[in-house]
Design a protein around this ligand. Structure first.
Ligand SMILES: Nc1ncnc2c1ncn2[C@@H]1O[C@H](COP(=O)(O)OP(=O)(O)OP(=O)(O)O)[C@@H](O)[C@H]1O
Length: 328
């Protein structure tokens, strides 16, 4: 079993079955009885709409399991009968989990314990940058440089890979949720309008330049609580997302800076591969292309690259590359 435990989504790949889970990493529990009420999409739909006795929990944060017990219950409920069938066939379950490049010992321990608690006898931790590189078809084992920018929900990881290992990498706390939050904050501060994160998604088009004129946004007035519509200048929205975009560009520049010149020359031809769910932010690829002068490609199904790459390793289609132990 291969698992990608993301802040936003949990993906599970079962050997010889393929992708069996791709669900939001969300659990709803009854606070009085402790009973699990829902996991995945149904639990996510409950967020913000629950009575006092129901709590909606996200057990994973920035690629790290922060609530091991809840993560195990979530995984057990999601994988359910399919995993039980796998156990019947082969009692010694082998599992692999992809973890962020610079995961600290606590994060590594939490990922291990989550899978061991699920019944896995042997758990391997693999760098998610390597698995995403494999999953999107980059020749990571060749002696040529490839650059991957993995834009998740809460974090972006940037790396240059060559000969199956990471030459330079950087992680910044910027992801799809950061862009949503920047837009929500802007509307709140400048227009006194409240919107849930999901409602700002159509405004992502500003990154693409697809909102050329003043646009109307519907929300709730901060003071009165009543429904209100405001007219928003698209240029101000573009300014609102400039800060996260700049941090992302700084991370790319920092990684390029640390790369040997020969590898940077490879990258000028090959360019950047964008993976992670938020790689689909409209116009992100164009913005990165314009600001780096390098070719930028968005992977097919960018959110699935990491788990597909891990699945390929598990099935022996690619040599496994375990994460080296941290120095300290
Ligand atoms: N079509 C889309 N357009 C814009 N953003 C998208 C789209 N699809 C997904 N996203 C964004 O991608 C993010 C989720 O990406 P992904 O599934 O890679 O995250 P994750 O692996 O759970 O997170 P992390 O890597 O931070 O732990 C969310 O913020 C979501 O809003």
């Amino acid at each position: 079993m291969a698992a990608d435990l993301g802040a936003s989504r949990t993906r599970v790949y079962l050997k010889q079955s393929g992708l069996i889970v791709d669900e939001p990493s969300v659990v709803a529990v009854n606070t009085k009885t402790g009973a699990l009420l829902a996991v995945g999409s149904p639990a996510e739909r409950m967020a913000g709409r629950t009575p006092a006795n129901i709590r909606v929990v996200r057990p994973i944060n920035g690629g790290t399991v922060v609530d091991i017990d809840m993560a195990q219950r979530m995984l057990r409920a999601m994988v359910g009968p399919k995993l039980r069938r796998a156990f019947r066939r082969k009692p010694l379950l082998r599992a692999a989990v992809c973890i962020p490049h610079d995961a600290d010992p606590l994060a590594r321990r939490a990922a291990l314990e989550t899978l061991i608690g699920l019944g896995a006898r042997r758990v391997e931790l693999v760098d998610s940058l390597v698995t995403a590189g494999i999953g999107c078809g980059l020749p990571v084992e060749q002696p040529e440089a490839t650059m991957i920018v993995q834009v998740g929900a809460a974090t972006t990881q940037v790396a240059v890979l060559s000969l199956g290992s990471i030459v330079a990498a950087e992680k910044v706390p910027i992801g799809g949720e950061t862009f949503d939050r920047a837009l929500v904050q802007h509307l709140r501060n400048q227009h006194e309008l409240l919107l849930p994160s999901l409602a700002v998604r159509p405004l992502h088009q500003v990154l693409n330049g697809d909102i050329p004129q003043i646009t109307e946004v519907h929300g709730r007035d901060v003071a009165t609580g009543l429904a209100r519509t405001v007219k928003v200048d698209p240029e101000s929205l573009r300014l609102a997302v400039r800060t996260p975009l700049t941090s992302l560009l700084d991370a790319i520049r920092a990684v390029l800076h640390r790369c040997p010149p020969d590898l940077v020359a490879d990258l000028a031809d090959r360019g950047i591969m964008l993976t992670g769910g938020a790689a689909q932010l409209p116009g992100l690829d164009t913005t990165l292309r314009e600001n780096t002068g390098m070719p930028v490609n968005v992977a097919e199904d960018p959110g699935l690259c990491a788990v597909q790459g891990l699945g390929a390793m598990l099935e022996g289609r690619v040599r496994p590359l375990p994460v080296p132990e941290p120095a300290n």
